[in-house]
Design a protein around this ligand. Structure first.
Ligand code: NDP
Length: 297
């Protein structure tokens, strides 16, 4: 692991699975690390590895110029840092908030930080705890670029790829929401697919190699459709939505024949059918975006 300068110091507030992974990676990289968690006793092995465990959040944030907060959500962030003594101790220091929440909450927290002389960057972690400290970790940040440049050397101790998305502090959360949207929608599809396959006597293990193949189709689609959608196009030359609708109907029929809930796929079918009813049957599937978004329809 790379060794950081003796001056490098960080405080980690929140020692859930992710906070512990972050603190561990900082320690492995030689960053002087102070930790605190609402429920005491979570810092044990981190202390054995060299972390200082603070008795209060104000004591913790006073130990470093940079504090990384990683708790369940913004309500928890508020409960930890938006309190008199902690806010006072944070004045002139920087908070990097790696707790997941919505863009509006990032903006509210940034306004609070601004009002109290606290530097603030919002962030999102896009990979699981096992990636932290490895090249596979992915971190997104938004907020003042100068602050990001200043603290990047310490943040890089976490390994992986670090990307600053811009000065609008809500951007990291916006990316997080969009990317988790892809993830959970795909996971709902996977769960439904396993239920239907199981009802047809196909086990999850039997399907797995082919499921991976379907997953591998998606990355090039993301590249190809990015240009199409940003340009306002919904090209359907290779696969018109009428054709997609036919396969969607097969999924619903098979699912419901087995008494399996097909509501997720029915919602997709409803949107695709409305595209066709609007006279866009030769468009590509992505035209359902127009139906989803009242602003664009
Ligand atoms: P959790 O999301 O379960 O968060 C647990 C942490 O939040 C604990 O430190 C807990 O303290 C603290 N907490 C909860 N409520 C409060 C409160 N009211 N006041 C103070 N502290 C509170 O676990 P993770 O560590 O896994 O996740 C932390 C963040 O990282 C989340 O926003 C999550 O979405 C994000 N993340 C996690 C990933 C993962 O793989 N785990 C992947 C990517 C992002 P206590 O111990 O006292 O309960």
């Amino acid at each position: 692991m790379s060794s950081h300068t003796e001056q490098s110091a960080v405080t980690v507030l929140g020692l859930g699975p992710m906070g512990r992974a972050l603190a561990g990676a900082f320690l492995d990289a030689g960053v002087r690390t102070t930790v605190w968690n609402r429920t005491p006793g979570r810092g044990g092995d981190l202390v054995a590895r060299g972390a200082a465990e603070a008795r209060s959040p104000e004591e913790a944030v006073a130990a470093s110029a940079l504090t990384v907060v990683c708790v369940v959500n913004s309500d928890a962030v508020d409960a930890v840092v938006r309190r008199g003594a902690v806010t006072d101790a944070l004045k002139g220091r920087t908070v990097v908030n790696l707790s997941a929440d919505v863009p509006a909450r990032a903006r509210t927290t940034a306004a609070w930080a601004d009002e109290h002389g606290v530097g603030y960057l919002d962030g999102a972690i896009m990979t699981p705890t096992t990636t932290i400290g490895t090249p596979d970790a992915v971190f997104l940040y938004s907020g003042p670029e100068e602050l990001y440049r200043e603290h990047r050397p310490v943040l890089e101790a976490l390994g992986g790829a670090h990307t600053h998305l811009g000065e609008d502090v809500g951007r990291a959360a916006a990316y997080d929401i969009a990317l988790l949207d892809i993830f959970w929608t795909a996971m709902a599809g996977y769960a439904h697919a396993l239920a239907v396959a199981g009802a047809e006597g196909v086990s999850a293990a039997e399907l797995a190699p082919f499921a991976k193949g379907i997953g591998a189709i998606l990355p090039p689609i993301f590249e190809q459709f990015a240009a199409d959608v940003d340009g306002g196009g919904f090209s359907g030359e290779a696969n018109p939505i009428t054709s997609a609708l036919s396969t969607i109907d097969h999924i619903i029929d098979t699912s419901e024949a087995h008494g399996i809930d097909a509501r997720v796929m029915r919602a997709v079918e409803d949107m695709a059918r409305r595209v066709v009813e609007r006279g866009h049957g030769t468009s590509g599937f992505m035209r359902i975006m127009e139906v989803m978004s009242s602003r664009r329809s």
